[in-house]
Design a protein around this ligand. Structure first.
Ligand SMILES: [Zn+2]
Length: 424
């Protein structure tokens, strides 16, 4: 089975390579802004835009005719083309969003990218893209050292089980990264090694995740110490920043420090989530998680950081494709399923439960249990009842009157498993 995966490496460019990277990012930004201006011009005159292909044609004619654009040769021509493709997609997404044909948050009309404000990023989709040892090779830029070894990807490339589709280079918190989008040939199990096994997982605010399996075993992943220490430092740096005078040099320095630390915490978190989800998917045929409205929760500022920090959406995405690779299934409880409010012993529903209440106490049966463990047990029990419901009601079953039914199944090993959206 072929899946699309991303492999990301931090770069350690020499000073001259760093200049070339910045130049390419500048070229991508210029091409985007140039294309957007052309589209606006045409829209004002004819009521329609230029497609990515059209933009590329106009660009090819103009770059030769216009002496002011002679610098274009300093950068790979691929970068301009990819920027036009991005713009093309952004315009089409904007239109389909306005028509209501696109899910997700509302998109505005594409904007001009300001130097220093917009993320520095550019992409190659053709040319020499390789990796070996602790280096990557990119068109025009040549061979650049990487922070870590690239052996995981290099091995696959040598064995012929992976093919690089594109490379996106971007700068995050003063550091350059390359992310290869790779088509990987993967062994996918038809059947899970432990058929019938199930685990309910509460993706927590307090712990990274809390699970209870079909044998009643408790799985608690608190997240690495480095993450908790990192979060404390993040708060401190945030406070420091807020005390600096706006527009001052010290404020800029504090902002850089905060951004760098933020990137580090994100890496630690991603690593912990990868390890935890790999283990769960290998061990259990059915993994049940909650379908929390992450967007809705992020609107709540106090909870926002906690939820974002725990990478709820990431965990679900990772579980969806990793269960698929192992021949298992990820089940997602209906958004309105009250996993935290329901007693896992007798089914009594607590009328209200605030987020501050970390313990669930049942009035009728007297059960006193950790809130997250209680939720995990309820989710695990859905695995058994959900299987029946799924057959009866289809994948999008609405919650029944008891609220104990709602269940939908994730698409599983989707074609673009780990595929991250190509950076814009
Ligand atoms: Zn009870």
């Amino acid at each position: 089975m072929k899946v699309t995966q991303a492999y990301r490496f931090a770069l350690e460019p020499t000073p001259s390579q760093e200049r070339a990277l910045a130049s390419h990012a500048g070229a991508a930004r210029f091409a985007w802004n140039w294309g957007l201006a052309k589209c606006q011009e045409r829209y004002a005159a004819e009521g329609k835009w230029l497609s990515g292909v059209d933009l590329h044609k106009v660009w090819n004619a103009e770059k030769k005719a216009e002496p002011g654009l002679a610098w274009w040769v300093e950068n790979s021509k691929c970068v301009y083309q990819e920027a036009f493709r991005d713009l093309d997609r952004a315009l089409r997404d904007f239109v389909s969003c306005r028509k209501g044909a696109r899910k997700g948050r509302r998109l505005g009309f594409p904007r001009f990218k300001k130097r220093g404000k917009a993320r520095d990023s550019f992409r190659f989709s053709t040319g020499v893209m390789r990796c070996a040892g602790a280096t990557v090779t990119l068109p025009r830029l040549g061979t650049i050292r990487t922070h870590e070894s690239t052996r995981k990807l290099a091995r696959r490339l040598v064995a012929g089980t992976a093919r690089i589709l594109s490379a996106t280079v971007s700068r995050v918190a003063q550091r350059w990264f390359v992310s290869f989008t790779v088509e990987v040939q993967r062994e996918v199990s038809e059947q899970h090694a432990r058929p019938g096994s199930a685990v309910g997982v509460d993706l927590g605010v307090k712990a990274l995740l809390t699970g209870v399996d079909d044998g009643g075993r408790l799985i608690e992943v608190a997240g690495p110490k480095a993450l908790r220490a990192g979060l404390r430092k993040l708060r401190r740096l945030g406070r420091t920043l807020s005390r600096k005078v706006k527009g001052s040099n010290n404020r800029r320095k504090a902002a850089d420090r905060l951004a760098r630390h933020h990137a580090r915490v994100a890496n630690v978190r991603a690593d912990a989530l990868h390890k935890a989800t790999t283990a769960l998917a290998a061990q259990y045929a059915t993994v049940v998680v909650e379908d929390l409205n992450v967007n809705g929760m992020l609107a709540n500022r106090r909870l926002a950081r906690a939820v974002a920090d725990q990478g709820f959406g990431t965990a679900r995405r990772l579980l969806a494709y990793k269960t698929g690779w192992n021949g298992g299934t990820l089940m997602v409880a209906d958004r309105w399923y009250p996993s935290s409010k329901t007693c896992s012993a007798c089914g009594w529903r607590k009328p209200s439960l605030t987020l501050a209440e970390r313990t669930f106490a049942c009035e009728p049966c007297g059960l006193v249990i950790d809130r997250d463990v209680n939720a995990a047990v309820n989710l695990r029990d859905l695995a058994a009842s959900g299987a029946e419901r799924r057959n009866a009601c289809g994948p999008q079953a609405r919650p029944g009157p008891t609220g104990r039914s709602g269940m939908k199944q994730e698409p599983g090993p989707a074609g673009t498993a780990a595929g991250q959206p190509a950076a814009a």
